[in-house]
Write a protein that binds this ligand. Sequence first.
Ligand SMILES: Cc1cc2nc3c(=O)[nH]c(=O)nc-3n(C[C@H](O)[C@H](O)[C@H](O)COP(=O)(O)O)c2cc1C
Length: 169
Amino acid sequence: MLNQIPQPLLQPRRLGDLLLPNRVVMAPLTRGRANNPGHVPNDLMREYYEQRATAGLIISEGIWVSEDGQGWLGAPGIYNREQVAGWKAITDAIHGKGGRIFAQLWHQGAVSHPSFFHDGRLPLAAIGDRSDADGARCEWNDDDDNSARDDAGRHSASHRRLPQRRKDR
Ligand SMILES: Cc1cc2nc3c(=O)[nH]c(=O)nc-3n(C[C@H](O)[C@H](O)[C@H](O)COP(=O)(O)O)c2cc1C
């Protein structure tokens, strides 16, 4: 009978110390729902992840490791106590349903944009340009800025242009 054939996706799979009850792995999906000034994970996100806890493994959306690392509207952070508490509510909910989640850590680096920083800072990037990678902050020219913005004029997607080195460094 067809329905007696074991479904490979539903078979357990060992992953390091973890025994996944099935081979369904949820891809990281930024949903932009931590759309609050502190980038704090919230109840909507808890509900979203809890609903998916029967996957063998969930990989979280990208999560800022630093305030300096932001560069995508509504993405959550995990660099202060409030954010960690938000994630704890989410992981507790997933574990309560018998699930597992890995955090995908994110630093937007050179593809961030100055509009994410309201104190004059520029996005922090490991490189200033590809030819002289000695560490630098980035510089943008808004004249050729055609990236999407929300109603407040903030960027809703990262700026894809390669940054130039700051001239004052
Ligand atoms: C709305 C959306 C959000 C996404 N967010 C992330 C993310 O936070 N991190 C990541 O690594 N990939 C992200 N991705 C890429 C998906 O994980 C990727 O599309 C998925 O792994 C399937 O791979 P494929 O698009 O190559 O088929 C996102 C994709 C979509 C459509």
